[in-house]
Design a protein around this ligand. Structure first.
Ligand SMILES: Nc1nc2c(ncn2[C@@H]2O[C@H](COP(=O)(O)OP(=O)(O)OP(=O)(O)O)[C@@H](O)[C@H]2O)c(=O)[nH]1
Ligand SMILES: [Mg+2]
Length: 423
């Protein structure tokens, strides 16, 4: 699939990558992002012909890069017989249109987010995944398909314009509004189903752990190692879109549920985070998190930072977190920037270090620190201050009944406040 070019023929599409580095910015940060863009392009089936960087105070309103750079870019496209130009930054619809006009020929222009969405479209398997991707594409990609992109999508192909599951991306404006409304309704239904499933799982009292982290860190490989889940794990970005949950039996005999989730990346488009909210809720509603980090990547610590930030944005901070520095078979002497008792160096491939990790998981599950909803009636609101002292309160909502408090508490305090726990 990745081998088809934008005309549906054999061979990879040829791409030029473009990055703009603001003057005085951390160049290293931009370089890392640019390298990542090359890997994203590769995953989407493009062959990188050239990379172009410009140092610039502010992006050009009309064409993002300056006039001279556009000319240089047009020249490169012509000599390299280039199909697509991919910018590492977000472009506006008019910038895309102007760039396509200025470059000329059949060259299409897309941005990083469109490329990521394209990969998501290629990798979406479940109905839920496809619905989420299509919605994000309609909201982000379609408004940007002004010129050649729109034509390409009518032909049903081209990097940045592929629909999920081989379907064509609908670009007819009259239909788009209705389609968005229908997809949003579907997603609401699916989110409801997920919530119901979650409540059912909660009733069983099984401790839930989400495996989160940067894309390609080895999340699926870890779940496979622990549970034999047989999930596709490969050296590609965003191999996993759909969450998979498996039961894992701890050495003590207790069961926990482990859920593999979609990976994180720098500059994840907000439309995507929103569209994937229902699957990302698996992270938000877990009782504990394993944050998997690729220790063999020179950017391991930065990957960890991106994950922690996104977990925070999902409202999932405050839960017990274990940092799993993976691929130690390739990075034996790795030391995290801030090693803690919660950091483990493992290899999901060879099994090295997994025993200690499992012991930690057992300890956390035993401690039973979980998130609960406490419903405290008006007449007993005095219990609130004790709850604040003994648990981590995440949010409070006042209803006609009293207070509805979402808080993380350990097993002991869950016992103390048991009568308020919403079943
Ligand atoms: N050497 C080595 N390779 C590993 C290890 N764990 C995973 N890998 C490889 O890293 C690549 C990515 O692994 P995945 O398990 O697919 O990673 P992921 O985090 O699920 O990635 P996405 O689903 O794409 O976000 C695969 O090629 C794995 O074989 C490890 O411990 N050591
Ligand atoms: Mg995966």
């Amino acid at each position: 699939m990745a081998e088809e070019n934008i005309f549906g023929g054999a061979g990879a599409a040829r791409a030029v990558l473009v990055s703009v580095v603001p003057k005085g910015a951390d160049e290293r940060e931009y370089e890392v992002s640019f390298d990542e863009l090359a890997r994203l392009a590769d995953t989407a089936g493009a062959e990188v012909y050239a990379r172009l960087t410009q140092q610039k105070e502010n992006p050009d309103v009309r064409t993002y890069i300056g006039k001279g750079k556009v000319e240089e870019l047009a020249g490169l496209c012509e000599t390299g017989d280039v199909d697509v130009v991919i910018f590492d930054d977000e472009l506006s619809p008019s910038q895309i249109k102007n760039l396509e006009n200025d470059i000329g020929g059949d060259v299409r222009v897309i941005d990083r987010s469109m490329l990521i969405l394209d990969i998501f479209a290629l990798h979406a398997v479940s109905g839920e995944g496809k619905t989420q991707v299509e919605l994000a594409q309609l909201k982000y990609t379609v408004p940007r398909l002004t010129g050649k992109g729109a034509e390409m999508s009518r032909l049903g192909g081209g990097i940045g314009t592929r629909g999920p599951g081989e379907s064509k991306l609908e670009t007819d404006r009259r239909h788009i509004k209705r389609r968005i409304a229908a997809l949003e309704e579907n997603i609401r239904e699916m989110a409801k189903n997920r919530a119901t499933q979650r409540v059912q799982r909660d009733r069983t009292g099984i401790f839930k752990i989400a495996i989160a982290g940067y894309t390609n860190a080895g999340k699926s490989t870890l779940l496979n190692y622990l549970t034999g889940a047989g999930i596709l794990a490969e050296d590609k970005l965003f191999a996993t879109l759909d969450p998979t949950t498996r039961k894992f039996t701890l050495p003590c005999g207790d069961d926990v549920l482990l859920t593999d989730t979609v990976g994180f990346i720098r500059r994840l488009p907000h439309q995507l985070v929103n569209a994937f909210r229902s699957t990302l809720d698996e992270v938000a509603f877990a009782d504990a998190l394993l944050v998997v980090i690729d220790a063999s990547d020179p950017e391991a610590d930065a990957q960890g930072d991106v994950s922690v930030k996104l977990i925070d944005e999902l409202g999932a901070s405050g839960k017990p977190v274990v940092y799993v520095y993976n691929k130690c078979d390739k990075a034996a002497d790795f030391i995290p920037r801030t090693p803690t008792e919660e950091s483990f160096l493992v290899s999901a491939k060879t099994g090295e270090g997994i025993e200690a990790l499992v012991a930690k998981i057992e300890e956390i599950a035993k401690d039973g620190t979980k998130e609960y909803i406490f419903e405290i009636p008006h007449s007993e609101l005095y219990a609130m201050s004790r709850l604040y002292e003994n648990a981590t309160v995440k949010d409070v909502e006042y209803t006609e009944f009293g207070a509805r408090v979402r808080a993380v508490a350990d097993a002991k305090n869950a016992g103390v406040f048991a009568k308020y726990i919403k079943k």
